[in-house]
Design a protein around this ligand. Structure first.
Ligand code: ACM
Length: 260
């Protein structure tokens, strides 16, 4: 299975420009699944609720329509972050779209910094879905720092974690090696890169999108450049939780001793 990420620097508030950028970057790409960053269509730095209200859309809205058409054109599944309007509240969300349409939408559970003033914490939980005979789970950016999030997906059978991000702290790319090892899963992080300066706010996004293997090996990692990178993976490796002939990571868990 050919999987990877698209890394770029979206322009705040210009969905059409961001769609065109994604389309252009994917033009010569051949892949089965590409992950595209958190809030790729709108940008990250909403200065107030009005900006979010103006840009947010339902999971089946115009960004979905664009992604579905692109998935059909490229014969490739796409996972992407967007600002979701759900009735009169908003979520920082991520959808997985195939040639046949919308498969799943995940709402970010752990909101970072001032996202808390704009978005509601996600209510979807950590569900696993199947595509092409492989089980997938989705996480958004800051969710990475809660090991419980990925553990829940892995215990539910996820073999590949699709992680859309807008990383501003330096820890995630290396921490994901541990997440991959402790859960024996593949992890694809699609981060944005560059700076977003709006009003008094000034964010630098670290890039370093990557594909990590269940043994913690980094199959491919970007710097801060705009790029698409694809890796060939065999998701069946993630089904085997044996570390050696006497240790099975999941079978050896002592759930009765753990807090909660
Ligand atoms: C983040 O959760 N966007 C840092």
């Amino acid at each position: 299975m050919k999987v990877g990420f698209l890394q770029f620097n979206p322009t705040f508030g210009d969905k059409t420009k961001n769609y065109r950028a994604v389309e252009e970057l994917l033009k010569n790409v051949v892949a089965d699944i590409v992950v595209i960053p958190e809030l790729f269509n709108t940008g990250y730095t909403f200065l107030n609720e009005k900006e979010l209200i103006d840009l947010a859309e339902p999971a089946g809205g115009e960004t979905y329509e664009f992604m579905h058409r692109l998935a059909q054109e490229k014969n490739c599944a796409l996972a992407y972050g967007f600002a979701e309007k759900a009735e009169d509240i908003h979520h920082n969300s991520m959808s997985f779209v195939t040639t046949r349409g919308l498969v799943a939408t995940y709402r970010k559970s752990h909101l970072f910094f001032e996202e808390k003033f704009l978005f509601q914490p996600g209510d979807t939980g950590f569900d696993v879905f199947e595509y092409g005979g492989v089980k997938f789970g989705m996480l958004i950016c800051w969710d990475w720092i809660y090991p419980e999030a990925m553990r829940t997906l892995a215990l539910r059978g996820a073999q590949v974690i699709l992680h859309a991000a807008n990383l501003v702290t330096p820890y995630c790319p290396d921490a994901m090696k541990t997440r991959a090892i402790e859960n024996r899963v593949f992890i694809i992080t699609a981060d944005r890169a560059g700076d977003e300066i709006r009003g008094e706010k000034d964010f630098h996004f670290i890039g370093k999108s990557q594909v990590v293997a269940p043994n913690g090996g980094i199959l491919v990692r970007a710097g801060e450049e705009t790029c698409v990178k694809i890796s060939e993976i065999d998701p069946s490796f993630a089904l085997n939780k044996k570390m050696n002939e006497h240790n099975d990571l999941f079978a050896d868990r002592r759930a009765e001793l753990y807090f909660e």
